[in-house]
Design a binder for this molecule. Structure first.
Ligand code: DAH
Length: 344
C-alpha cells in the first residue's frame, strides 16, 4: 500500500502541473483530496494493514496529503495571477481610464461671502456676535426707536407668529440691543462686533426680493466715537474687500435707530466706475446703510448717551454676491438647484 500511495502522489503532482483552468483544478481536488478522493480512501483503509505497519503508513499518508494541499493552493494562486494578466492584456480592465470622481461638497456662495466678511472685519477688530432669528417685537422695533404705530415700522414687512409679540427678525439690528446688554457690562465696556444672520420679510418673492436673506450688522460703542470713525472704518472695509483703489461715497439717508443716517456706495466693482449694466451706468454700487447710534438706542442698550457714542451699519451679503458674480435672480440662493450651487 505504501508504493500505491507514492505512485498516487507522483501522478497527482504530475497532473497538477498541467492544469491551467479553475474548472480542471476543482476536478483534480475532488479526485485526490475530496471525500471520495484517492488519498482520502487510502487513508481510510489504514485499518486493513497489519498492526505494526499502520503507524508508518498513516504518517506518510498525512505528509503526502498536506503536500498535495500545499501544491493545490500554489497552483490556484498561479492560475488567478495568470487570469488577471490575460485580462489586462486583453483590455477587459483598462488601467489607464481616469478614476471616478468623488463628489465633494462645497460652500454655499452666501457662506463664502459671509466668511470673507468675517475675515476682513476680524482683522479690523470686530468679533462675531450671534443673535436670535426669532425675536420679540419690542427688540426688533420698539427698543430701536420705533414704538408701536411708528410709521417707520412699515419699512419692514414682518412675519408674525401665533404668539403675540413674537416675530421673525426683519433685520439684524435688534442684535445691537442684545450685544450691548450681553457685552457692555451695564454700559461700562466698549464694544466692537459684527452680527451676521438670516432675516425674514413678508415679501412678494421676485428676482429682486426673497423672504429670507442674510445681513451683516456692525456695531461699535465707545467713549469718543465720531462720524469720521464710521466713515474711515467703512472705507477701509471696502478697500480690503474690493481693492485698494476703490473709492466710497456717503449719501444722507434715514433710519430710526441712527442719527445721522447714511447709505454707502462703493465704486462699481465690475466697471471700476465707468458705468455698466450692473451699476446701471451710475458707476456706484450701494453696499450698506449706516449711521451714528441714536441716543435712545444707546440708552436702551444700557449706556449713558451723554458719555458714550457709537456707530452701526448693515450690509446685505447676498446682494453683494449677486453683484460680484452677475447673478440675476436672488431666488437661486435658496432654490437648492445644484446646477447653480456647483458653479461656486
Ligand atoms: N437694519 C437696516 C435694514 O434692514 C440696515 C441698517 C441701516 C442697519 C443702518 C444699521 C444702520 O445698523 O445703521 O434696512
Amino acid at each position: 500500500m505504501l508504493e500505491q500511495l507514492d505512485s498516487i502522489y507522483a501522478q497527482a503532482l504530475d497532473e497538477l502541473s498541467d492544469i491551467t483552468t479553475g474548472d480542471a483544478l476543482s476536478g483534480w481536488e475532488r479526485r485526490y483530496l475530496g471525500k471520495k478522493g484517492e488519498v482520502t480512501q487510502l487513508l481510510r483503509s489504514t485499518g486493513k494493514l497489519p498492526k505494526e505497519e499502520r503507524a508508518a503508513f498513516g504518517q506518510r499518508a498525512n505528509v503526502i496529503k498536506n503536500e498535495l494541499i500545499g501544491a493545490f493552493a500554489g497552483r490556484e494562486e498561479a492560475i488567478r495571477q495568470h487570469e488577471l494578466a490575460t485580462q489586462l492584456e486583453e483590455g477587459a480592465l483598462d488601467v489607464t481610464l481616469p478614476g471616478r470622481p468623488v463628489q465633494t461638497g462645497g460652500l454655499h456662495p452666501a457662506t463664502q461671502t459671509l466668511r470673507e466678511f468675517y475675515a476682513v472685519w476680524a482683522e479690523m477688530g470686530f468679533q462675531v456676535f450671534r443673535s436670535r432669528d426669532v425675536e420679540d417685537d419690542e427688540t426688533n422695533f420698539t427698543l430701536l426707536n420705533m414704538p408701536p404705530h411708528h410709521p417707520a415700522r412699515d419699512m419692514w414687512d414682518t412675519f408674525y407668529t401665533t404668539t403675540p409679540g413674537v416675530i421673525l427678525r426683519t433685520h439684524t439690528s435688534p442684535g445691537q440691543i442684545r450685544a450691548m446688554h450681553e457685552l457692555g457690562e451695564d454700559g461700562t465696556q466698549p464694544i466692537r462686533v459684527i452680527l451676521p444672520g438670516m432675516c425674514y420679510r413678508y415679501e412678494q418673492i421676485s428676482a429682486r426680493s426673497e423672504v429670507q436673506f442674510n445681513q451683516v450688522e456692525g456695531l461699535a460703542v465707545g467713549r469718543n466715537i465720531r462720524l469720521t470713525d464710521l466713515k474711515g472704518t467703512i472705507a477701509e472695509f471696502a478697500r480690503r474687500m474690493y481693492g485698494e483703489d476703490k473709492r466710497v461715497r456717503f449719501r444722507g439717508s434715514y433710519f430710526p435707530f441712527t442719527e445721522p443716517s447714511m447709505e454707502v456706495d462703493v465704486e462699481c466693482i465690475l466697471c471700476g466706475g465707468e458705468g455698466c449694466g450692473v451699476c446701471k451706468y451710475t458707476g456706484w454700487l450701494e453696499i450698506a446703510g449706516c449711521g451714528m447710534v441714536h441716543p435712545i438706542v444707546l440708552h436702551n442698550g444700557g449706556y449713558d448717551p451723554t458719555e458714550w457714542s457709537g456707530f452701526a451699519f448693515g450690509m446685505g451679503p447676498e446682494r453683494m454676491t449677486m453683484l460680484k458674480h452677475g447673478i440675476q435672480d436672488i431666488r437661486y440662493f435658496w432654490g437648492n438647484d445644484l446646477r447653480f450651487l456647483e458653479q461656486f
